[in-house]
Design a binder for this molecule. Structure first.
Ligand code: SAH
Length: 464
């Protein structure tokens, strides 16, 4: 079936829907959103349809279908569960040259209702020509992830400015170049940061500057949390950032599967390697961020977990701010949250833990006063701790934790090779050595850690 796609203006036009059930209701909701004048033909209406009728949003004809009901209609929709009625609607509509959609019957329909991605005023419609509606729905899901909700605001802003843009750039090629710059640059990124006023000002500036170019169009940096490893734990915003990056600076903790999702022609820089060669690795990374951004590029700085949890994200944005580089931040699922979930350990629990603390074994000396790491009914998640099990255990004891406190070590959390070891603090050192625990691994201390034995669901069962 070769369908011709079209977008119809239904506002104020009479559309007749036959059927009063849930299927009809879904179609009516779409038609009402398009401001159609909807008439529903059905002996009885479902709950929502009845309410809409009472509110005067649609007209209800409490009757069986009759061909005359289609007189004066622009479109008809047959949504009953009686095949005979649906066929009669289709025939009556054809006789009147009215387009008809028979729900779930491609052969009887003369128009189809596409799956849509709604970023009004931008609408993306998808059809499989009736061959495989499921496929259209899947395609829709994919496309949903590519367009964030600020596309609507962008489309509205451009609509508002369209005549000025036409005036400013008479030639179509000029206009096209201008739009491309606006869509990829500052205006779009300000809208994403919910800075509507500044976005409009940037568009104004671009329109009034001599070459129709933003006065300066420097690149910017997006600090992205990649989560703990499982690519499924990326956020949609992280995925979009990877799709739009010109250059990606990544760490050792960012998995290859995640980098595979990035735009193919983006340059990739392994800053883990730089760390190996440099005296002051963070300074080298900071400098690299600024250097790439100043070349006008969209820079993605992606790191494991969340950028603001033991990720030095704070230092990086301070440096960017000091150098006048625009930035935005996409949070990620931090290791403690992810490892706990994938090990079946609730970090808080009504019976066992009222608070949770994220800490690192690499504390600055001034922080390591006694009493730091303890509280009754608390769960402690310790990052970067496995290499120093003995020191760690001793400082936990010094802080007042009992040797009988349960712990869990989650190694390679959320990855196919995840391992979970459980035991009591008294056994921590032996356990970490016996099982040769390697980074990355997270240590969870507190009563909830014992729940891993019963709750586990991912990968191999916990060992002790
Ligand atoms: N910003 C990161 C943490 C970086 S510090 C985040 O929010 O998760 C690095 C430490 O994080 C590792 O030493 C380890 O303790 C922990 N970690 C990161 N990914 C991990 C994973 N997949 N499994 C277990 N621990 C992990």
């Amino acid at each position: 079936m070769h369908l011709f796609p079209l977008f119809a203006d239904l506002s104020g036009r009479r559309i007749v829907v036959i059927g009063g059930g849930i299927v009809a209701e879904r179609k009516v909701a779409l038609l009402l959103a398009a401001q159609a004048r909807v008439v529903v033909v059905a002996p009885v209406l479902g709950e929502n349809l009845r309410q809409w009728a009472n509110e005067g949003r649609l007209a209800h004809l409490a009757a069986s279908f009759d061909a005359m009901q289609l007189d004066e209609a622009w479109l008809a929709v047959a949504a009953t569960d009686a095949a005979g009625v649906n066929a009669a609607v289709a025939a009556a509509a054809a006789a009147r040259r009215i387009f008809v959609n028979v729900v779930d019957d491609a052969a009887l329909s003369t128009f189809h209702v596409p799956a849509i991605v709604d970023r009004a005023p931008l609408t993306i419609a998808i059809s499989s020509g009736g061959a495989a509606p499921m496929l259209a729905r899947l395609a829709r899901e994919r496309i949903e992830t590519l367009f964030d909700h600020t596309w609507g605001a962008l489309a509205a802003l451009l609509a508002k400015t369209r005549s000025r843009i036409r005036e400013r750039f008479a030639r179509i090629e000029e206009r096209r170049r201008f739009y491309e710059r606006v869509l990829r640059g500052e205006v779009a990124s300000l809208l994403r940061q919910q800075r509507q006023g500044e976005a409009e000002a940037a568009l104004d500036r671009a329109l009034s500057s001599s070459q129709g170019q933003p006065a300066s169009n420097p690149g910017s940096v997006i600090l992205v949390g990649a989560g703990p490893g499982d690519p499924g734990l990326l956020t949609l915003n992280a995925l979009r950032a990877l799709n739009e990056a010109d250059v990606i600076l990544y760490d050792r903790l960012v998995s290859a599967e995640i980098l595979d999702l990035a735009r193919r022609d983006a340059e990739r820089v392994d800053v883990g390697k730089i760390v190996g060669n440099h005296h002051t690795p963070q300074a080298a990374i900071n400098a690299l961020l600024v250097e790439h951004a100043r070349m006008g590029r969209q820079v993605v700085r992606i790191k494991g977990g969340d950028p603001f949890i033991f990720g030095r994200g704070g230092e990086e944005i301070e440096y960017l701010r000091a150098h006048g580089i625009e930035y935005s931040i996409v949070p990620g699922i931090t290791a403690a949250i992810a490892c706990a979930a994938y090990a079946g350990i609730p970090l808080t629990h009504r019976d066992h833990a009222q608070s949770v603390r994220f800490a690192t074994a690499h504390r600055r000396r001034s922080d390591s006063e006694a009493g730091e790491l303890t509280a009754a009914g608390e769960t402690l998640a310790i990052y970067m701790g496995v290499a120093e099990a003995t020191t760690l255990r001793d400082s936990l004891y010094a802080d007042g934790w009992s040797p009988a406190t349960p712990f869990a070590i989650v190694e390679n959390g959320t990855r196919p090779q995840q391992r979970v070891l459980v035991g009591l603090l008294a056994e921590l050192v032996e356990c970490a050595h016996a099982f040769e625990v390697r980074a990355p691994a997270l240590l969870i201390v507190g009563d909830v850690a014992a729940l891993a034995a019963a709750n586990h669901w991912f990968g191999a069962a916990p060992v002790n």
